[in-house]
Design a protein around this ligand. Structure first.
Ligand code: FE2
Length: 368
């Protein structure tokens, strides 16, 4: 167990980060069915597709209209869509797609057949916690799963940086953060089907894990610090999706462009501590967060999982404080459902209170 130290959160001293065993924290899957090698895309449902297209265009994604009610969005490097949006009478995340090598896909196929989940030759759709669909696709191209590592462009003498304000050059869908009423169960589910490795686990003073950063198991190949994050919440939902840009500079150019187009800024530009990325968060027309990032920490599968105390301080090393508006509060209309979940035991009130108290500790005493 980590020794919690509130004074660290208001000082220049770096928080503790120590190796840990995920099994000790209740984060081990009962079995490993398959290993994914890439996060491919997310599936959204949106009331207004035109507004969504305007946002994604300014964010750096190009649209392809498949029908009146179905659009897909691409970045400049990909033949595969990174986002799929279907028209609906509500806004929500409907699913995630991960790619698996041919041999891993066969393992997943066998596991799916044993529990009567149907599959096609190239895809398996598994019901996931929070009424999501986890889609597994066959991907025989090994290089497909390799993370890019953006670096600042280098120029020689008499060469100018001629880039001007424009949408960020997006290179890939990097990670998704999900809110969960039961993060331990959600982590066990995604570890079971995708073979993910906990990189960093944030715990409360009681030792309860509340934010779990999971990375792909690519063996000796370096994988991004996190591809999926599960965070304790009062509801199951979507926190944000993050897209890697071609360079550090592209985060800044995109920031100016989104600002110029009048979109709502959420948080940044800053540097994450857990993950190490340069980040910038924006809200789409539905109020969901979308992040540009560059320069993530990467790890091979051998690197041990680490534990750190849950705090706002440990989310970033520099930049403005995380705004309180970022996480949001339950709506009045959500309160009956929350109370029902607490009564049924689906939601742990003590954990929520403890998390709320930890989140209230100001991260930087010199930032007002
Ligand atoms: Fe993120």
């Amino acid at each position: 167990m980590l020794k919690m130290s509130k004074h660290l959160q208001n000082s220049l001293v770096r928080p503790d980060r120590k190796p840990c065993d995920p099994a000790d924290l209740g984060l081990d899957a009962d079995c490993n069915l398959a290993k994914a090698n890439r996060l491919v895309s997310l599936k959204l449902e949106r009331v207004n597709l035109d507004d969504q297209s305007r946002f994604f265009r300014d964010f750096g994604l190009t649209a392809s209209e498949l029908s009146q009610s179905h659009r897909t969005y691409y970045c400049e490097t990909g033949a595969m869509p990174l986002v799929e949006v279907t028209k609906a009478d509500h806004n929500r995340l409907a699913g995630l797609t991960f790619a698996l090598s041919a041999s891993e896909f066969e393992r997943a196929e066998k596991a799916a057949a044993q529990i009567s989940i149907a599959s096609t030759p190239d895809a398996i759709e598994v019901p996931a916690p929070g009424q999501l669909t986890l889609r597994l696709t066959r991907n025989p191209d090994k290089a497909f799963g390799k993370p890019s590592s953006p670096v600042a462009a280098t120029r020689g003498a008499n060469q100018e940086n001629d880039r001007w304000i424009a949408p960020s050059r997006v290179m890939k869908l990097g990670h998704v953060v999900l809110q969960s009423r039961d993060p331990l169960a959600a982590v066990r589910f995604y570890r079971k089907w995708l073979g993910l490795i906990p990189t960093d686990v944030q715990v409360l003073p009681s030792g309860r894990p509340v934010v779990i950063f999971l990375r792909l198991d690519l063996g000796d190949e370096p994988a991004d610090h996190h591809t999926l994050v599960i965070a304790q919440s009062y509801k199951d939902g979507f926190d944000h999706a993050a897209f890697e840009t071609a360079s550090l500079d592209e985060v800044g150019f995109g920031h100016q462009h989104l600002k110029a187009k009048g979109w709502r800024h959420s948080w940044g530009i800053g540097r994450h501590w857990l993950g190490g990325q340069l980040f910038d968060y924006w809200r789409d027309p539905a109020g969901a967060h979308f992040e540009h990032y560059a320069d993530s920490d990467t790890y091979t599968s051998k690197h041990p999982s680490q534990i750190t105390e849950f705090s706002r301080a440990s989310l970033y090393s520099w930049g403005d404080d995380l705004p309180t508006s970022f996480t949001g509060r339950p709506k009045l209309s959500e309160l009956p459902g929350i109370l029902r979940d607490i009564r049924k035991g689906d939601l742990n009130w003590t954990v929520l209170r403890e998390m709320q108290a930890a989140a209230k500790v100001a991260p930087r005493s010199w930032l007002k």
